[in-house]
Design a protein around this ligand. Structure first.
Ligand SMILES: NS(=O)(=O)/N=C1/NCCS1
Ligand SMILES: [Zn+2]
Length: 262
């Protein structure tokens, strides 16, 4: 399985990834099932500080496995710090994972419960590393915020994203998306779980400090349906609808999941 021939299909999906990426069977893989009765309240976890005031989003694109909004890599960019983080981590991009139907689609699960989708806000450690690429391969290089999406009321802040999806229907398409501040996509309550894990897509680097919010955000069914009209395929290829682009939970291998609340 070479670098760019992985996917979510029957013959290139998550159960095959270990052939090209042996780390898939490593000791700190993600996602995981969060067993709430086994999480441990860590009173040393300070509040997470989300400083998204200067949000220079650039574009929204269909990269063939998800839809991602990219941010400019500038000193004044949006950052997170505090919580389980020892350094400042700068927002690089955010993207989503979702299912064929609303009952599944998230990557992390909570006591076995799946959600319709999961938003990942991907940040990199600019205190210790020079580039995202370098950070993505380092054990403390990335911090990803995970937000669960469940079907319910229309999400006003997400409208700017779901209304732009028709411009990036095909793999490889990119469209301008300026000044989008993703703070509106975070839940009201920032209680979270945190644990050491990995990218959930190849190369599956074990470089992520995961921060998964307990409270889901609500999005309308029609907004979820817009994600499902995206395609894994390019314009001139046979249509393959982009759905079920999630990796199932991986073995915990003795890791401790900490809770920011008691
Ligand atoms: N889903 S994820 O956020 O863990 N995976 C990624 N791969 C490249 C950038 S983020
Ligand atoms: Zn992701």
């Amino acid at each position: 399985m070479t670098s760019n021939c992985w996917g979510y299909g029957e013959d290139d999906g998550p159960f095959f990834w270990h052939k090209g990426y042996p780390i898939a069977q490593g000791n700190r893989q993600s996602p995981i099932n969060i067993v709430t009765s086994e999480t441990v309240y860590d009173s040393s976890l300070s509040p997470l500080i989300v400083s998204y005031e200067h949000c220079t989003s650039i574009s929204i694109s269909n990269n063939g496995c998800s839809v991602a909004v990219e941010y400019a890599d500038t000193e004044q960019g949006p950052v997170i710090e505090g919580g389980p983080l020892s350094d400042a981590y700068r927002l690089k991009q955010f993207h989503f994972h979702w299912g064929h139907k609303d009952y599944h689609g998230s990557e992390h699960t909570v006591d076995g419960k799946t959600y319709a989708s999961e938003l990942h806000l991907v940040h990199w450690n600019t205190s210790k590393y020079q580039t995202f690429r370098e950070a993505a391969a380092a054990s403390d290089g990335l911090a990803v915020l995970g937000v669960f999406l469940e079907a319910g009321e229309e999400h006003q802040g997400l409208l700017k994203i779901t209304d732009a999806l028709n411009m990036v229907k095909f793999k490889g398409r990119t469209a301008d998306l300026k000044e989008f501040n993703p703070k509106c996509l975070l839940p009201k309550n920032l209680k979270y779980w945190t644990y050491p894990g990995s990218l959930t897509t190849p190369p599956l680097h074990e470089s992520v400090i995961w921060i998964v919010f307990e409270e889901p955000i609500e999005v309308a069914k029609k907004q979820m349906e817009k994600f499902r009209m995206l395609l894994f395929s390019q314009e001139e290829e046979d249509e393959k609808f982009m759905e079920n682009n999630f990796r199932p939970p991986q073995p915990l291998k003795g890791r401790q999941v900490c809770a920011s609340y008691n």
